[in-house]
Design a protein around this ligand. Structure first.
Ligand code: URA
Length: 236
């Protein structure tokens, strides 16, 4: 049994807030009766009709994709570019949890579970995201410390992070840097490097919380196990 507004939003029709408005305005019918109480509990056996449409509770799907370069992490693209959704064979309306830039590669989760997506992207959650960046020049220890301690981006200090050089290739004058951040601001990793004058040549996300890319090649994906989904829900 779950609360009616949660059931409605889980069916993918609308948000929980809007579902509450629908209930309060008498647009929701449960087993033939208009229900206006927000606390009402329903189960999969109840027939729920919203705006004349019978709701079916959607099965939840969870995917871990190794995103290639040149793929956009949104559901549609107005320029007709390939999206992360195009890479996954499903009839279900899934969407990415957070974003990776068009030219960033690596791990991205996709699901139709709005609740999990909210849990994971909520700023208070501090979910670790680990990247390897290829940047131009020698990445100094001093700069690693600066970025790890936090820098001001768009007027707001970044949270504590971990930046450390893995390797410096003298011949091509590029550094490979491991970066772990817990926030998910747009272009955050690139902006942090850019702030200190480093050009980011490549960026790859290798880890999201306890999940990594083991066993996957670029463009491949797998379903998450029930255990992994539970673990994601119970992070922290
Ligand atoms: N930070 C960025 O700058 N880009 C990404 O795609 C992810 C994190």
């Amino acid at each position: 049994m779950e609360r009616l507004q949660k059931f409605i939003s889980n069916c993918g029709v609308t948000s929980r807030r809007k579902a509450e408005d629908l209930i309060l305005s008498g647009k929701v019918i449960v087993n033939g009766k208009v229900v206006r109480e927000l606390g009402t509990k329903v189960s999969g056996n109840d027939v729920v009709i919203v705006n004349g449409q019978v709701l079916k509770s959607e099965l939840k799907e969870y995917y871990l994709l190794y995103k290639p370069r040149g793929v956009i992490s949104s559901v549609t693209d107005d320029k007709g570019r390939e999206t992360v959704i195009d890479l996954i064979k499903t009839e279900t309306r899934i969407y990415p949890v957070g974003r990776l830039d068009y030219d960033t590669t690596g791990l991205i989760l996709l699901t139709n579970d709005g609740e999990l997506s909210n849990v994971l992207t909520h700023p208070s959650r501090d979910v670790e995201k680990e990247y390897v960046a290829k940047v131009r020049g020698f990445f100094s220890k001093d700069d690693a410390l600066k970025l790890s301690n936090g820098v001001i981006l768009n007027g707001v200090k970044t949270k504590k992070a971990y930046f450390k050089m893995k390797k410096y290739d003298k011949k091509s004058n590029v550094s490979y840097v491991r970066a772990i951040i817990t926030e998910g601001r747009n272009h955050q990793v690139k902006d942090m490097f850019n702030l200190l004058g480093y050009d980011v040549l490549k960026l790859k996300r290798e880890r999201y919380a306890f999940l990594d890319l083991s066993g996957l090649k670029s463009g491949e994906y797998r379903k998450l196990s029930t255990k992994e989904v539970k673990q994601l829900y119970s992070l922290k």
